[in-house]
Design a protein around this ligand. Structure first.
Ligand SMILES: [Cu+2]
Length: 139
């Protein structure tokens, strides 16, 4: 009797869990980026990497980072920091430090549509200043 109700409770919990998982994976915008050893962001299939998101949408950033010539004492090898293009101000929650290998970060797209830029914040080589990419938020 107790066993039955426990099994029922477990089944119900699993059902709700897979339902929620289905909803979240359907809505989240997965973006795959390579922060490469030559101090460049790369996106598969794009000659010039660029990210476009919808204002306020959930984003799963899947980044693989490869070590350049230099890195931070704390082990960060590249940064991924989002700035508003008009005044270069940082977007809260989007100031990331990357470790070697693949990492996944859950984020929320900025609420304000417009032009942004992603910049590296780790001095990763003499090419570091050129490590940036366009980021567009659509309404
Ligand atoms: Cu870098």
């Amino acid at each position: 009797m107790i066993g039955d109700s426990l099994r029922h409770a477990v089944r119900t919990t699993l059902a709700i869990g897979s339902l929620l998982a289905g909803i979240s994976t359907a809505q989240v915008h997965v973006i795959t980026v390579l922060a490469d050893k030559d101090s460049r962001y790369k996106i598969a299939g794009e000659r010039k990497p660029e990210i476009t998101v919808k204002a306020g949408e959930p984003v799963l950033l899947r980044i693989t980072a490869r070590r350049g010539k230099t890195w931070n004492r704390d082990g960060s090898i590249h940064g991924f920091s989002l700035l508003r293009a008009k005044d270069r101000s940082k977007v809260p929650g989007w100031d990331l430090l990357l470790r070697p290998g693949e990492q996944e970060i859950t984020l929320t797209a900025p609420d304000e549509p417009g032009e942004y830029v992603v910049v590296c914040t780790v001095i990763c080589s003499e090419e570091h200043e050129g490590m940036n990419m366009r980021f567009v938020v659509t309404p």
